[in-house]
Design a protein around this ligand. Structure first.
Ligand SMILES: C[S@@+](CC[C@H](N)C(=O)[O-])C[C@H]1O[C@@H](n2cnc3c(N)ncnc32)[C@H](O)[C@@H]1O
Length: 361
C-alpha cells in the first residue's frame, strides 16, 4: 500500500490518507514523500504504519548521527535537516493553535533555532533494567523495551563521559538515574539546553520595551520561576520582581542570589497568585508564566482575569496546553505573537513563547 505524506503532525509522525479515507500515521518520513507502508495497528478512524520503502526521498533528508535512531524513543527528526525541523515546528504550533484553541489568526513567527543541533543536552535520565542501561524505545504503553545506549549524540560530551563511567560501574541495578554535566546542581528544574536557554532569555527580553525607554511594566511576576532563571536575568528592567515556585530548594537558591527589589515566594502558583496580582499595579505589571507541560490550571487563569496584568509572556513546553490556555485568556488579552523555539532539536518537543496584552490596557 502506498501513501503520500502531506504533513508531519505534532508528535513527529507523517500523515497520509488511505483510499478508504482513513488517516495513516507513519514515523521517520518527510513531507512530499510517496511511501510504501506496512500497517502495524488499525483503528476505526486511523491507521498506524511503518515505512517499508520510499519512492522519492525528500531533499530535506540528512543522515541520522545516532545508531539508535528509529529504535530509541528520544528522537523523531534526525533524518531531517535542522531548517526543515524548524519549519515543521512552526507549522505544528500554528496547527495546534488552530485545532485546539480555535486561534486561526495568531501571528506565529519563524522558529528560533538552537545554537547546536547535536551535543546540546546538559542532562539525561537513563533507565536500568535487566542489564540494559538507556532509554525507552519508540513503542508506547507498558512493557516497552529499554534500548541499551552507550552514547547519546544529542547530549553534551560531558554527559556522555558520565554515561560511559556509569555504564562501567552502575550504582543501581534497576530504576533510573539522572546524569548532569553540572555536578554542582542543587536540584529543582534547570533548563536542559544552555545555548537555547540563552536564546530564550534574549527572546523574552526582546519582547520588553528597550531598557531606559521609560515605557513598559515596572513590576514583574515570575510564576513557576524555578530558581529564578527569568527574574534574575530581567531584574534590572523592573522596580520590583516577585517569583512564585513550590520547590523549596529552588526558592532557597533564588533567594541566595536575590537583589533587594527581588522576592521569592514558596508555594502553589494557584494559591499565591491572587494576592500577588491584587497588590501589583495592574497597568504596570508583566506576568511571566513558565508552567510544566500541563499548562496553567483554571484557578490560575481565573486569578489572572480577576486582576489582569498589563502584559503576559507565556513560555510553554507543550503547544496543546498553550493553545487551551490562550483560548481561555483570549477574550481579555490580545495575542501579539507566538514564537516557537527549538529547545530540543531532533526530538518532537516544541517550546513556544506567547506575548499577550490586556485589551483594555
Ligand atoms: C518549566 S519549569 C520552569 C522553571 C523556571 N522558569 C526556569 O526557567 O528555570 C516549571 C516550574 O514550575 C514549578 N511548578 C510546577 N507546578 C507548580 C505550581 N502549581 N506552583 C508552583 N510551582 C510549580 C516546577 O517545580 C518547576 O520549577
Amino acid at each position: 500500500m502506498k501513501v503520500v505524506i502531506h504533513e508531519i503532525a505534532f508528535g513527529g509522525k507523517g500523515v497520509g490518507r488511505l483510499e478508504d479515507g482513513r488517516v495513516v500515521f507513519v514515523p521517520f518520513v518527510a513531507v512530499g514523500e510517496a511511501v510504501e507502508i506496512e500497517v502495524i495497528r488499525e483503528r476505526r478512524s486511523y491507521v498506524e504504519a511503518r515505512a517499508v520503502s520510499i519512492e522519492n526521498a525528500s531533499p530535506e533528508r540528512v543522515e541520522p548521527r545516532c545508531p539508535y535512531f528509529g529504535r530509541c524513543g528520544g528522537c523523531s527528526y534526525q533524518h531531517l535537516s535542522a531548517a526543515e525541523q524548524g519549519r515543521l515546528k512552526r507549522q505544528q504550533v500554528e496547527g495546534v493553535l488552530r485545532r485546539i484553541g480555535r486561534l486561526g489568526d495568531v501571528p506565529v513567527r519563524e522558529t528560533v533555532p538552537s545554537p547546536r543541533d547535536y551535543a546540546y543536552r546538559n542532562r539525561i535520565t537513563v533507565h536500568l533494567d535487566e542489564g540494559a542501561i538507556g532509554f525507552f524505545g519508540q513503542e508506547t504503553g507498558r512493557g516497552r523495551p529499554l534500548i541499551d545506549v552507550a552514547n547519546c549524540p544529542i547530549s553534551e560530551p560531558a554527559v556522555n563521559a558520565l554515561l560511559a563511567r556509569f555504564r562501567a560501574r552502575p550504582w543501581r541495578r534497576e530504576g533510573h538515574c539522572t546524569l548532569r554535566a553540572d555536578p554542582a546542581h542543587a536540584g529543582g528544574f534547570l533548563q536542559t539546553n544552555d545555548g537555547a536557554a540563552e536564546k530564550l532569555l534574549a527572546l523574552v527580553a526582546g519582547l520588553l520595551p528597550p531598557p531606559g525607554s521609560g515605557t513598559g511594566a515596572t513590576h514583574l511576576v515570575d510564576a513557576y520561576c524555578g530558581a529564578g532563571f527569568f527574574a534574575r536575568h530581567l531584574r534590572d528592567r523592573f522596580e520590583q520582581t516577585v517569583g512564585i515556585e513550590w520547590d523549596r530548594r529552588a526558592v532557597e537558591q533564588a533567594q541566595r542570589d536575590a537583589a533587594p527589589h527581588e522576592r521569592y515566594l514558596c508555594g502553589d502558583v494557584a494559591a499565591a497568585l491572587p494576592d500577588v496580582l491584587a497588590v501589583a499595579p495592574k497597568g504596570q505589571t508583566l506576568l511571566l508564566l513558565d508552567p510544566p507541560s500541563e499548562g496553567t490550571t483554571a484557578e490560575v487563569r481565573r486569578a489572572i482575569v480577576s486582576a489582569p496584568p498589563a502584559e503576559i509572556i507565556y513560555v510553554s513546553c507543550n503547544p496543546a496546553t498553550l493553545a487551551r490556555d490562550l483560548a481561555s485568556l483570549g477574550s481579555d488579552y490580545e495575542i501579539l505573537s507566538v514564537t516557537p523555539l527549538d529547545m530540543f532539536p531532533q526530538t518532537a518537543e516544541i517550546e513556544a513563547i506567547a506575548h499577550l496584552r490586556f485589551k483594555q490596557a
